[in-house]
Design a protein around this ligand. Sequence first.
Ligand code: ATP
Ligand code: MN
Ligand code: MN
Length: 301
Amino acid sequence: RDVTRERAMTTPEIDSDVQVSSRDRLIFPEAKVTKGQLADYYEAVGAIMLPWVAHRPISLVRCPQGRAKKCFFQKHDSGSFGDHVKHVAIREKDGGEQDYLYVDDIDGLIACVQMGTIEFHGWGSRVDNVEKPDRLIFDLDPDEGLDFEDVKKAARDIRHTLEDIGLVSFAMLSGGKGVHVVVPLTPDAEWPQVKDFADRFSRALASTEPDRFTATMSKAKRKGRIFIDWLRNQRGATAVLPYVVRARENAPVAAPVSWAELNDVDRAAAFTIADVAQLLERAGSLELRGWGEARQTLPDF
Ligand code: ATP
Ligand code: MN
Ligand code: MN
């Protein structure tokens, strides 16, 4: 009995009614990927992507003229995206409020693509509970020239150290250079506590193995090491979301992988937009069943 296939086939197809203009515009000149193809990709992965993207404040990397031209990171908008892209008012540090963007369906996703979006980045909390993160991320950023094998080993070490204190974690290829170790959380602790945990956990690891890791952002300290970027875990910070196409050469995709699969992958950009069928089939497979899901809260550390 082919459970993989059965599950893949039960993934509902969802279509968007949003019109995409300039479908022939080349967004990835080197990979010859057009705006229409980018929209088709997001429509195809909508069902497996939306559980991670929907109902979460997002920032967008927009490159209206393609990835080789000017791109910008956008957090706010006054309404040019239309009704499919929602707004949520969030308290600012200074006491004021700002509207952040979020989507809750395929039309929202495609409306963003219509506006030139390539990448979707999300907060670690959801719009109905912004102060309580539902995930923690250790974003592993290797120094230039480091081998991907070193990144994989770092991810596995973090996984096991987390396991020692009772936390389940998952791996995602960023589509760029590194791996994100994702720790799902039942929203309970607020941002300051989550950030403090991520900070102390990363510094503890870096002080045990100073030759391999640094928990400090400075480029100088990173020399030959992996920066454990725990700063993704502060209020307002974002991280790239699963199945997002990166605005980088050849349209790589941020891809969830199982820990077993990670052993066999040789780069963080192993999947590209051209692998859409494989990504869909994998998402329904036993290998990835339960990826990113765990009911757990931060232990004392
Ligand atoms: P890589 O594996 O190549 O590091 P990455 O997605 O982890 O890919 P980082 O440079 O480590 O890239 O960035 C981490 C996160 O910081 C991004 O995913 C994004 O959410 C956020 N970020 C990136 N650029 C900006 C920016 N200009 N302004 C605010 N946040 C940003
Ligand atoms: Mn990174
Ligand atoms: Mn980073």
